[in-house]
Ligand binder design. Structure first.
Ligand code: NAD
Length: 411
């Protein structure tokens, strides 16, 4: 099932549990605005190249729309649409005053030079500048984009509207980025995991973990689990996988990856088939890489007792049903990986205040937001007798529906 079909299915299930009016349901499902633009740039060799860019602005009932910009060859409209909708529910779950959006350009960033990437980003910004803004739609980095991309957007947008650091988040610190933003999604995953485990009378210390993906999110998750005494028995990335029943020395593994660019030839464990990571013996499985990795084909073989969805949409709805029947507890993406957007909100607040917080304040506030959201989700689970995924969806959808109704329909 593709990401849009799965997201719509979860939304409709939540709408039924909430007994949502059918007109409100329809209005929440249809995006506020969908933008498609053509971006033509001169390449370094003087030839022209054209790329298609999208921005889907899903909902703004609770505040400016918020979501990443992805540069990837497979960026397509349906996926951007699903991710924009997920952002609406995610920002509502953690109760930051935003709606949801997502965007992207269909391109292979690794095949473009730095100058070509800069030109492409600036052209995209020129086409969007009237439709994004500090109080309208605030982009952030996503796959294939980074703090440098945000710096170019800030600069191009500021040519039209005056200096506007709050128009994007995930910026370099020198341009108003927040301390703690780089680690925020991974740190948020850890706070979410701690809240879930505490609810089951457990803690990270002493449990075994398997982690898929060692990029921005996965490397922070691995580092912080290790620091808290969790035993990481398997990790994988695009280059391979490593296992060690006695626990992998994560700082050494990250150093090895930094030096060699690969997990292979690491001598602190045995290499394994990366596909087996998801069904490896462990207490807690944390997918931190791609979407759609847990399917009806492998869900029956999962041995973990808890799954923390650090990646976006790692579990198909069919897999969800199988995992639930097996009694495996799944902490859903729209809560588990919301630490990134929460600290993006702190960055926006700091830019508007013109005042920089220290990292301790950022991390303490993040912990508060993640802990309160977990308790709010649990309350919804009790009210609607539902899974954590439906607890999170009903929480997010209900907050957006209430905001929509309070704002009214009069034109
Ligand atoms: P990233 O590009 O930094 O890292 C992705 C990692 O996945 C890399 O280590 C890569 O080697 C690995 N990977 C790719 N294919 C793999 C495969 N087949 N098997 C095993 N590993 C594989 O990306 P990221 O920013 O860490 O994001 C990871 C996930 O978290 C994505 O689903 C993203 O949408 C989600 N997410 C990220 C953020 C954020 O702030 N970065 C916020 C919310 C959600």
């Amino acid at each position: 099932m593709n990401a849009l079909a799965a997201t719509n299915r979860n939304f409709r299930h939540a709408a039924r549990l909430l007994n949502l009016d059918s007109k409100v349901e329809k209005s929440l499902l249809i995006p506020f605005r969908e933008i498609k633009v053509e971006c033509t740039i001169p390449k370094d060799d003087g030839s022209l190249a054209s790329f298609v860019g999208f921005r889907v602005q899903h909902d703004n009932a609770r505040g400016p729309m918020k979501g990443g910009i992805r540069f990837h060859p497979e960026v397509d409209h349906d996926e951007v649409n699903a991710l924009a909708q997920l952002m609406t529910w995610k920002t509502a779950v953690v109760n930051v005053p935003y709606g949801g959006a997502k965007g992207g350009i269909g391109c292979a960033p690794k095949e473009l030079s730095l100058r070509e990437l800069e030109r492409l980003t600036r052209i995209f910004t020129q086409k969007l500048h009237d439709l994004i803004g500090v109080r309208t739609d605030v982009p952030a980095p996503d796959m294939g984009t980074n703090a440098q991309t945000m710096a170019w957007i800030l600069d191009e947008y500021s040519k039209f509207h005056g200096y506007s650091p709050a128009v994007v988040t995930g910026k370099p610190i020198e341009l108003g980025g927040s301390l703690g933003r780089e680690a925020a999604t991974g740190r948020g995953v850890i706070f979410a995991t701690e809240a879930l485990l505490a609810d089951h009378g457990k803690s990270i210390n002493g449990l075994t973990f398997a982690i898929q993906g060692l990029g921005n999110v996965g490397s922070w998750v691995a580092r912080l689990v290790h620091e808290r005494g969790g035993k990481i028995v398997a990790v994988s990335d695009i280059t391979g996988a490593v296992k060690n029943p006695n626990g992998i020395d994560i700082p050494s593994l990250l150093e090895h990856k930094e030096e060699t660019g690969s997990l292979s030839s690491f001598d602190g464990g045995d290499s394994m088939n990366a596909k087996e990571l998801l069904v490896h013996e462990c207490d807690v499985l944390i997918p931190c890489a791609l979407g759609g990795v847990l399917t009806r084909e492998n869900a029956g073989d999962v041995k973990a007792k808890f799954i923390i969805e650090a990646a976006n949409h790692p579990t198909d709805p069919e897999a969800d049903e199988i995992l639930s029947k097996k009694g495996i507890v799944v902490l859903p993406d729209i809560y588990a990986n919301a630490g990134g957007v929460t600290v993006s909100y702190f960055e926006w607040v700091q830019n508007i205040q013109g005042f920089m917080w220290d990292e301790e304040k950022v991390n303490n506030e993040l912990k508060k937001y993640m802990t309160v959201a977990f308790n709010d989700i649990k309350n919804m689970c009790q009210t609607h007798e539902c899974s954590l995924r439906m607890g999170a969806f009903t929480l997010g959808v209900n907050r957006v529906a209430r905001a929509t109704l309070l704002r009214g329909w009069e034109a």
